[in-house]
Design a protein around this ligand. Sequence first.
Ligand code: NAP
Length: 297
Amino acid sequence: MALAGQVTIVTGASTGIGRCIALEVATQHARLCLVGRQLDKLESVAEEVRALGAEAHVFQTELASEPDILKTSQALVDQFGHIDILIHCAGMISQGTVAETPVEVMDELYRVNFRAPYLLTHRLLPFLKHTGQIVFVNSTAGLNAKAGVSQYAASKHALKALADSLRQELSPIGIRVLTVYPARTATPMQEKIFQYEKRAYCPELLLQPERVARSVVHVLTMPRDSEITDLSIRGVTDMSVPHPKEKEIVAKSAAFPDRHPDRHPAHRCWPNPSGKVTDGPLGPDTAVSSSAKLPVA
Ligand SMILES: NC(=O)c1ccc[n+]([C@@H]2O[C@H](COP(=O)([O-])OP(=O)(O)OC[C@H]3O[C@@H](n4cnc5c(N)ncnc54)[C@H](OP(=O)(O)O)[C@@H]3O)[C@@H](O)[C@H]2O)c1
């Protein structure tokens, strides 16, 4: 286990991609420090981490707050003395055009998605081992900005710049810096995006957060003679446009308004763990198989 005993901080560990990364790192028996706001969710992830045989410590932190970040970074240093791996995964999104979105929204996204990783990195760098590694969970929006997400895309572009500069600064002393660019991934954040877009949420058609997590740990455990600097991951199904399965659900929702997904979340299209076609919430022909192909082994 290449990461055994390594002090690993994961921000955004309470849900989604961050939770999956924490669990995947836990399979390596690392010492996990879980950062986020929702204490109950962090505690429950900590239990899952311990069940996998790893150490888990919870640091409840509001990453939009500088005093909170300073308090958490000091507590991390006091408790562990050094850091091996720092994984920035916490993030938030907003949707809306520049014309309709107040600057305060931009400020908040900037604080959480960019300023917080910058400050946490700045505070912890002196304690990062020279075999250390830093991971930034970015987004495809950090490479290509599209209409309606300028605040999010700008904060992620800034995060890319931070990672690229940092890599050049730290490479000579042996610290590796990885940026991950996931496409639409099945997490609570993506579910909200689908709601905003008024699309039927079919998580099994999306990239799975476990795949992202496995790819991150694969890179973290690579021999020290090489480095992967950037990792773009997407699901094989193009979800930038509505999938036929979504159109089918929306059409049925129109025919049966009382079963509309907005009104009855149980009528969304959920993975069918058995992989078999069974009765779905909208009728026998709407069940979906969980055998969606995924890009990363
Ligand atoms: N899902 C996607 O399709 C997708 C695609 C590309 C990139 N990403 C990126 O992947 C990362 C994880 O997103 P996700 O999809 O897993 O979303 P998610 O399920 O909503 O998780 C977001 C995480 O960030 C934490 N967080 C948010 N605001 C915070 C704050 N102010 N202070 C502390 N923690 C905060 C949340 O913790 P608490 O709620 O406990 O505070 C939560 O653990 C984000 O950086 C996102 O931009 C996601």
